[in-house]
Design a protein around this ligand. Structure first.
Ligand SMILES: NC(=O)c1ccc[n+]([C@@H]2O[C@H](COP(=O)([O-])OP(=O)(O)OC[C@H]3O[C@@H](n4cnc5c(N)ncnc54)[C@H](OP(=O)(O)O)[C@@H]3O)[C@@H](O)[C@H]2O)c1
Length: 249
């Protein structure tokens, strides 16, 4: 049995989001995983619920979070329940042409939509349902926000940091914390698709101080801490989980 607390995890069908969903189920939450591919979400929801021995612990919700009109699906799935935790994890690097200024605009808009708007729209849609006091909003950014990389992707992830500080100020008086987890290189996700090479992997591992790639559970552990009862005095912070690839910021 869950303990009645509810978490919503965007991008929870794969990679880091799926590891976060699994961790939050182990911590007692009922979890809604949101993404565009319904079959991927359903498979992940069934697998995690079975692995954790709690049927229905994870429920899939299909929505493109860049589309304002699709947020109603998420709000309906939550229903009358109070939301304890929102994990804004959906996103990724989108490639694009730069031949014309129209191409550049399209490339930037796509990355801003995928990484900023997904988080803003989901958080705003669930804002009225957040637990007061005690709610937690988490944003998953990237080491690219702190050291560059990926053009508009790094800019989009950096935008999450500024917005998190603003939101932490607005929601703090209502007893809701807002924090960012900034992952370094994490293998075993769909993020790199067919872009990763053995050389690219080795270069990223070499850039860490601990000599290994991150795994989704490394990021999930940080999210679980910030979503949990011991982190109530932590807000407006960026927690780097990057094996020491970027230090102290
Ligand atoms: N892996 C890394 O090294 C790394 C490093 C730093 C930061 N990150 C960040 O960590 C987060 C998770 O990435 P990951 O590595 O786990 O890669 P991933 O497996 O590709 O996960 C991204 C998830 O986001 C969902 N998503 C993307 N666009 C969406 C949209 N418009 N609406 C709803 N869902 C959407 C995807 O599901 P659908 O395609 O089904 O919608 C997918 O489940 C991302 O924000 C990424 O930028 C990853």
């Amino acid at each position: 049995m869950g303990d009645g607390r509810v978490a919503v995890v965007s991008g929870g069908g794969t990679g880091i989001g799926a590891a976060v969903a699994r961790g939050l189920v182990l911590d007692g939450f009922d979890v809604l995983v949101v993404g565009r591919r319904g079959e991927v979400l359903a498979e992940t929801a069934t697998r995690i619920s079975a692995e954790c021995g709690r049927a229905g612990a994870v429920r899939p919700v299909t929505a493109d979070l860049t589309e304002p009109g699709q947020l109603a699906t998420v709000v309906e799935a939550v229903g009358e329940r109070t939301v304890d935790v929102v994990v804004n994890n959906a996103g990724g690097y989108l490639g694009g042409a730069t031949d014309t200024l129209a191409d550049v605009a399209g490339w930037w808009r796509a990355n801003l939509d995928a990484n900023v708007l997904t988080a803003v729209l989901l958080t705003e849609a669930l804002r009225p349902a957040l637990r007061r006091p005690g709610g937690r909003v988490l944003l998953i950014s990237s080491i690219a926000a702190q050291r560059g990389g990926g053009g508009p992707y790094s800019a989009a992830k950096a935008a999450l940091h500024g917005w998190a500080y603003d939101l932490a100020g607005a929601l703090g008086p209502e007893g809701i914390t807002v924090n960012v987890v900034s992952p370094g290189y994490v293998a075993e996700t769909e993020f790199f698709g067919d872009r990763m090479t053995p050389e690219g992997h080795a270069k990223r591992v070499d850039a860490t101080l601990v000599g290994r790639a991150g795994v989704p559970d490394d990021i999930a552990a940080a999210v679980r801490y910030l979503a949990g009862p011991d982190a109530g005095y932590v807000t407006g912070q960026v927690l780097g989980v990057n094996g020491g690839s970027v230090l102290g910021r």
